[in-house]
Design a protein around this ligand. Structure first.
Ligand SMILES: [Zn+2]
Length: 475
């Protein structure tokens, strides 16, 4: 039975409670509700993504009346952490949404794009007539997304701030993407401190400072995306350099499908550093994704402004991403014109798993020629074109027809932006005192269980993998 969370009044009348409204048993839809006698605060407001059964949850009524939520806190700007916000606002939430300044900037790129995609999907379903709903409606629109952006309240790292009666918030760098933060909530009613990890990055992120240790907290909610894995330290840099060199010698073109936010910047940084070391030739680089270019400008701003989560050696760097060889490709016409280039070059384009976007027409053109190469730099989910390429497919369906895969495919997947099991344990172990309970969330069940066991066995802390919609007392 699904417990009802609907409470009749704005303040929660009973004991302080934490509810897992998403991100439990799955890596998407992060939503954690903290209810105290004086306030109701939602940590993250993510969309469910992936399998249809999960995506359908986005249409379920929100378990409490959104008008009763006093404030929302966002850990970072990935869609599975912010993408439900326009829907929450449309259903009556009208409080402030606290996030770091860079998260607010990136959300302004990500949310309207998500709304636009929702509208396109609904329009497509109506044309194709496959939706059970007539007419098919978007979950929210681009206009809803713009309206939701008006609720964002930027708060810098390390500034403690009251955000609701009896609730104080502190952000610390999480090292995952620009602006990503861990969340500390100090509750004065039950006199408890809770820390949410959000998504934790790797200490080796080339652009961002390592995740800061958690504060002294009674309860920690930790992610477990890679809770059962250990990243093998292959030299991703070296693989990237070798692949670029082989392609250049063949006179071919490199195409890199990349996620618009963070991955594009990490790849550009690596390419700039490799060229500077003389490890690769100075090739023209084209960034062909309007969303990636908007995100790139935010990263450039952060480097220029010495943001606290940028690595010290990069703060103020004039050409962190660009040695003058990077061309921004804005229009579709400019993108198509890249087909006319006949010298070695590198094209970085979205989407990162080749599920859509401009990278498709580059792949359709470049895959049949042995001189070219595709370099994969991120996680490739099952069922995507990126996974098919990584698995060595001989032909690939693109834009309605099959093209032969003769280009070299190189998987440099080690550019992961999630901490692995050892790094998650090290982060938990770095707290000034061990928490009473750790809730393990944001993972497939096997990953969460593996981290759960490791926390109990090695850190001797009570760990729990909560069920979806489970409620636990905080006092
Ligand atoms: Zn994330």
């Amino acid at each position: 039975m699904v417990p009802s969370l609907r409470s009749p009044t704005r303040a929660h009348p009973g004991p302080a409670v934490l509810s897992f409204l998403g991100g439990a048993g799955t890596v998407t839809g992060s939503r954690f509700l903290v209810e105290t006698p004086s306030a109701t605060v939602l940590i993250d407001c993510g969309l469910f993504q992936g399998l249809k059964a999960l995506r359908r949850r986005n249409w379920d009524p929100f378990p409490v009346d959104p008008a009763d939520v006093d404030a929302v806190v966002l850990t970072h700007a990935h869609v599975d952490h912010v993408g439900y916000l326009p829907r929450l606002c449309r259903q009556g939430f009208d409080g402030p949404v606290w996030c770091t300044p860079a998260t607010a900037e990136l959300a302004a790129v990500v949310l309207p794009d998500t709304g636009h995609l929702q509208e396109e999907e609904a329009a497509f379903a109506n044309r194709a007539g496959y939706s059970k709903h007539r007419p098919a409606l978007p979950l929210f629109t681009e206009a809803d997304a713009h309206a939701a952006l008006g609720t964002l309240e930027p708060l810098a790292f390390h500034r403690r701030r009251p955000i609701a009666p009896g609730v104080e918030l502190t952000f610390r760098p999480a090292g995952h993407i620009l602006g990503s933060a861990t969340v500390e909530l100090s509750l004065s009613g039950p006199d408890r401190t809770i820390c949410f990890s959000g998504d934790l990055g790797r200490p080796s992120h080339p652009l961002l400072v390592p995740p800061e240790p958690p504060p002294a907290a009674d309860i920690v909610v930790v992610e477990s995306t890679y809770g059962d894995r250990r990243h093998v330290e292959t030299d991703a840099d070296q693989r990237l350099a070798e692949a670029v060199n082989r392609t250049a010698r063949r006179g071919g073109t490199v195409v890199i499908p990349a996620f618009a936010v963070d991955r594009t910047e990490v790849v550009l940084l690596h390419l700039r550093q490799l060229a500077e070391q003389g490890a690769i030739p100075d090739l023209p680089v084209f960034v062909d994704s309007p969303m990636a270019l908007r995100a790139l400008n935010i990263y450039r701003r952060a480097v220029n402004d010495h943001d606290a989560d940028i690595r010290r050696d990069l703060r103020g760097h004039r050409n962190a991403f660009d040695d003058g060889n990077v061309t921004e490709v804005h229009t579709v016409a400019e993108s198509k014109a890249l087909a006319g280039l006949h010298h070695p070059s590198i094209i970085i384009s979205a989407s990162g798993m080749a599920t859509g976007g401009r990278v498709l027409h580059h792949l359709a053109r470049l895959l049949p020629d042995r001189r070219n190469s595709v370099i994969l730099v991120g996680y490739q989910a099952a069922g995507t074109r990126g996974r098919s390429l990584a698995d060595g497919c001989r032909e690939l369906k693109l834009l309605g027809r099959y093209v032969p895969v003769r280009a070299e495919v190189v998987d440099c997947g080690a550019f992961s932006v999630h901490a692995d099991a050892e790094e998650l344990l090290a982060w938990l172990g770095a707290a000034p005192r061990p928490p009473e309970t750790v809730y393990v969330v944001h993972g497939e069940p096997e990953a969460s269980l593996a981290l759960h066991d490791a926390i109990e066995d090695r850190l001797d802390i009570t760990a729990v993998v909560p069920r979806n919609l489970e409620r636990v007392r905080l006092d």
